[in-house]
Write a protein that binds this ligand. Sequence first.
Ligand code: FAD
Length: 402
Amino acid sequence: MQTYDLIIVGGGMTGIALAAGLADSGLSIALVEAADQPPHWQEDKLDIRVSALSEASRQLLEKVGAWQPMQALRVNPYQGMRVWDSEGTAEVVFDASEAGVLDLGYLVENSVTQLGLLAAVKDQQNLDWHLGEFSMELSEPLDKTGSRELKLSSGKVLQAALIVGADGARSRLREWAGFKTREWDYNHHALVTSVRTERSHGNAAWQRFHSTGPLAFLPMNLQGDDHWCSIVWSTSPEKASELMELNEKDFNQQLTQAFEGRLGQVELSEDRQIFPLRQRHAVEYIQPGLALIGDAAHTIHPLAGQGVNLGFMDVVALTEVLQQAAGGKQSLGSLAVLQKYQQRRKMDNLAMMALMESFKRLFETQALPVLLLRNLGMKLVNSSTRIKRGMIARALGLKQLA
Ligand SMILES: Cc1cc2nc3c(=O)[nH]c(=O)nc-3n(C[C@H](O)[C@H](O)[C@H](O)COP(=O)(O)OP(=O)(O)OC[C@H]3O[C@@H](n4cnc5c(N)ncnc54)[C@H](O)[C@@H]3O)c2cc1C
């Protein structure tokens, strides 16, 4: 049996970020990760899992020492964004200079973010890795403070005052502890791939809203070539299966057409992968001795690229709460401590989820009055710098812009 102050289950982006944020806390930490190898990354090929990171996430990654190693691999800042409706003429154009910021965000392969975080924790003294280990069994609380034992696949048993579930959307920890969730199917599957386009993306993110779901072309630079885009095509499960079956030539043609050929022909496309999309939110994020962060606590439609950004904000809040508790010699797993974390994050996450749901429904509707209002609304937004600055601040994870 090994005893720690904190066990983190899941060494994805949010789990490692939490460990990195607590480097100077004086807490002893175990990180349990099922994979036994770091993620694979190639200089001459894009990882098809890409996330748009906000400025607030960049600040966290910089603070924990991950941003620099990430930049050494590949980070794609973007300055423009164009959003339009397939059923009309309205278009909203966002520009970093109009909002007085340098960049609207950063497109980064998930493998790069993970490798940057791994570089940041490489020599971290208070962190023990348990790699290639599944968490297998969670005990009931051992005492009033909620301290628990966790059994790993190798048979090792770890004990800690607090166990954090950062084990992703299908969190086993959430299930074993009986956390209730509210969830529903978006009835969308996201097809992801990367493509080379005839014209340069101009460092802008492009998103066309179809009634069947949004199609995004996200600007990537591969070895100085700015014709590469990461694709997130959210559509009905049936359409997604059809697209998966197409040969490369037909797929490229359909993609070019669905995007109105705005960047010319799609010339090359890589392997495709499909992700069924589900909205999920844990009713509570905490129990005595347990807390959920990232996708273990909430999953959201990728249409505004907010999933891991919300997860990183969970990390910021939980890091601060645990540092305070450690300084004040409070038990990390007590509800009095953990409630501060939940209070800071739940409303924020819920508000973003509600906003994404209303966007999705708004663009699904085909009724003529809604269609006209939608186009009018987009035109209004596009003509108002004030509204656009507010929207950009929200997307950047900042309260307001300077
Ligand atoms: C198509 C698509 C596009 C997206 N685009 C964006 C975007 O642009 N911007 C954005 O912010 N977000 C985006 N997201 C969301 C983002 O990918 C997720 O929010 C993020 O990956 C969640 O990170 P996590 O660390 O919480 O969980 P995960 O990445 O799922 O990591 C969980 C880790 O736990 C490990 N694990 C699981 N079970 C166990 C166990 N029992 N024992 C030990 N280890 C275990 C796994 O191996 C894994 O390493 C997108 C999602 C999709 C599907």
